[in-house]
Design a protein around this ligand. Structure first.
Ligand code: FAD
Ligand code: DHB
Length: 391
């Protein structure tokens, strides 16, 4: 089999890259280990930055997002027993949209299939070869168990943090920068009406919580737990009791309780692989970098990477111009490091580090109070949260 771009992974990065290339007349094949049903049901991110929503609309993927997504004009930081609102509309005239990642993935799969795109689900043993030549290859076993080969011009490694693309780059070529946090997030999706219509990030002496939502009937909540958390130690009533205790403020409303539809634990790490390219293999999204989820940046970064990559591949494959593939890694890493800093900043400001002393706790509270009371500090948070322009 032959194509122009072999894409490994059908997450937001791989699927959107395939769609953007199609719009520019470049062929691709997407290889994915999981089933279509699995990737369409995987509950993860929820916040789309302003530039992400504009891009999705521009490329014909905005219809359901605009009908069903929830537009938010601010967030609240809850600390010192009160809510402190950061208004994106007042500060910047911009907004973010809450629309589940799995909905973005469903829209992308529907668009690719409608346009005759080639998506191969349930493949195994994906391996990349000859990335230093002009004709790299990907070998894999297809869903029927048949060994197959895809010859291409370039490979996009969009296979997430645990994929095969990044580890296939020789250690001498790639530097990994990593920071592990001493906590994790326990996330739940509950069939319960949200009690308010904006997100609340709470710093409490019992640990961090995040209040979010997916629809007028579904609430999404996260709470800081230790990284070795065993979910069996967190029956539903313990989760609700802890959420109420952490979010309690004078006169403040409680969260509505309801049956849990999903429950999972996510470790928190920061990671950047540099460079994001080796020969004709290009990394994008979580395959190249991870942020802790506090700033809601992961999926948005994946989308920013593939916007660049689609432009670079088109220039190379249609016009024989290589300068954009040459600059891809440096250009992408600038945005990646900004989001890494913002995600680290939000995480450090809001979580309770079990090893922190009173000095560090006072610094944390001082930063929160400054952010809530200074227009300059609030604008800086808002500008990063809604997403900096793509270029
Ligand atoms: P992935 O979505 O991980 O997709 C990679 C795909 O590759 C997967 O489908 C995988 O099955 C496939 N794959 C893996 N190995 C192979 C292989 N060998 N061969 C073929 N296919 C393979 N981000 C935000 O922007 N906003 C948020 O609000 C937010 N909240 C989050 C909350 C939680 C609890 C979590 C866990 C994450 C959150 N994120 C958020 C991060 C976001 O979900 C990820 O950054 C995003 O999924 C990255 O997309 P991707 O396409 O790069 O990788
Ligand atoms: C959601 C996830 C985040 O990481 C975040 O910062 C905000 C919202 C969510 O899943 O709704």
């Amino acid at each position: 089999m032959r194509t122009q771009v072999a894409i490994i992974g059908a997450g937001p990065a791989g699927l959107l890259l395939s769609h953007l290339l199609h719009l520019r007349g470049v062929e691709s094949v997407v290889l994915e280990t999981r089933s279509r049903e699995y990737v369409e049901k995987r509950v993860r991110a929820g916040v789309l930055e302003y530039p992400t929503t504009e891009l999705l609309r521009e490329v014909g993927l905005g219809e359901r997002m605009d009908a069903e997504g929830l537009v938010h004009h601010g967030i609240s930081l809850r600390f010192d027993g009160a809510d402190h609102r950061i208004g994106f509309d007042d500060l910047l005239g911009k907004s973010i949209t809450v629309y589940g990642q799995q909905e973005v993935v469903k829209d992308l799969i529907a668009a690719r299939l409608r346009d005759g795109g080639e998506l191969r689900f349930e493949v195994s043993e994906t391996t990349v070869h000859d990335v230093s030549s002009d004709h790299p290859r990907v070998t894999f076993t297809d869903a029927a168990g048949v060994a197959s080969e895809l010859v291409c011009d370039v490979i996009a490694g969009c296979d997430g943090f645990h994929g095969i693309s990044r580890p296939s780059i020789p250690e001498a070529v790639l530097t990994g920068h990593e920071h592990i946090y001493p906590f994790a997030w326990l996330g739940i999706l509950a069939k319960a009406a949200p009690v308010r219509d904006e997100l609340v990030y709470t710093r409490s002496e019992r640990g961090f919580t995040l209040y979010s939502m997916r629809s007028p009937e579904i609430t999404r909540l996260y709470l800081q737990v230790s990284p070795d958390t065993d979910l069996t130690e967190w029956p539903d009533d313990r989760i609700w009791a802890e959420l109420h205790a952490r979010m309690a403020i004078d006169g403040g409303e409680q969260v509505n309780e309801g049956p849990l539809l999903e429950k999972s634990v996510t470790p928190m790490r920061s990671f950047v692989a540099s460079p994001m390219r080796h020969g004709r293999l290009f990394l994008a999204g979580d395959a190249a970098h991870i942020v802790p989820p506090t700033g809601a940046k992961g999926m948005n970064l994946a989308i920013a990477d593939v916007k660049l990559l689609a432009e670079a591949f088109t220039a190379l494959l249609k016009d024989n111009r290589s300068e954009l593939v040459e600059s891809y890694s440096d250009t992408a890493l600038r945005r990646v490091w900004r989001a890494e800093h913002f995600s680290w900043f939000m995480t450090s400001m809001l979580h309770l580090d079990p090893a922190a002393d009173e000095f560090q706790r006072q610094l944390q509270l001082s930063q929160l109070r400054y952010t809530a009371s200074s227009t300059a500090a609030a604008t800086s948070l808002a500008e990063n949260y809604v997403g900096l322009p793509f270029s």
